[in-house]
Design a protein around this ligand. Structure first.
Ligand SMILES: C[S@@+](CC[C@H](N)C(=O)[O-])C[C@H]1O[C@@H](n2cnc3c(N)ncnc32)[C@H](O)[C@@H]1O
Length: 196
């Protein structure tokens, strides 16, 4: 594992790395949440609870593999935080959710595991529920955002078209919004979808 990857495993280092951008990164979701009914929210790959405060008044469940992130999340945020490997774990015991958030997680998984996870996420969506995915886009040309995508721990930042195809195999698209932040340092896509 690279030194930077090991450092980012530490909650304090990860929070410092993300803190300047967390709000800007989340902005497309924030804009869309306003009109939605939310009783239960599942945060897939929740990290140290980066977005948990946004859901402080609903039944919020965050899942992550890194227990030290979750210790920090439990200390600082309301909600339930569960340690699990999302590449393999069965989510069915958690019940259905109105909103599933997948923020910057899928670029940690190879294609086969992304497909398997999105199948399980689809099963957990309540009728009328929506999935909100934010993902790191790998620009086709050399650029700073391409370097940032490589510096991040995930090995699988994908081109925009590939993300769109992967998400649309599982969900009916409602919003597909490419965007950038940090002075175009980070290139992302926001996808909102419903059950097929
Ligand atoms: C880039 S971080 C995003 C965290 C948070 N969603 C955010 O926006 O700050 C990716 C997260 O995925 C988690 N993760 C990576 N592989 C995982 C796996 N197989 N199962 C569960 N979580 C995993 C990492 O521990 C990390 O918290």
């Amino acid at each position: 594992m690279r030194l930077l990857d090991r450092l980012l495993e530490l909650p304090i280092v990860y929070s410092l790395w993300q803190a300047p951008f967390a709000q800007q990164k989340f902005e497309p979701v924030e804009r869309q949440l306003a009109g939605l009914t939310m009783r239960r929210v599942l945060d897939v790959g929740c990290g140290p609870g980066t977005n948990a405060d946004r859901f402080a008044d609903v039944d919020y469940v965050g899942i992550d593999i890194n227990e030290s992130y979750l210790v920090k999340a439990r200390r600082n945020h309301a909600g339930r935080f569960i340690q699990a490997d999302l590449a393999t774990s069965d989510l069915s015991a958690l019940g259905k959710f109105d909103v599933v958030l997948v923020n910057s997680f899928l670029h940690h998984l190879p294609d086969r595991e992304v497909d398997a996870l999105l199948t399980r996420v689809h099963e957990q969506l309540a009728p009328g529920g929506t999935v909100h995915i934010l993902e790191l886009v790998r620009p086709s040309n050399w650029s700073l955002s391409r370097v940032m995508a490589r510096l991040d721990r995930g090995l699988y930042a994908r081109p925009l078209g590939q993300w769109q195809a992967m998400f649309s195999r599982h969900f009916s698209p409602r919003v597909v919004e490419p965007y950038s932040f940090g002075g175009r340092l980070w290139s992302m896509v926001y996808f909102q979808g419903t059950r097929r």
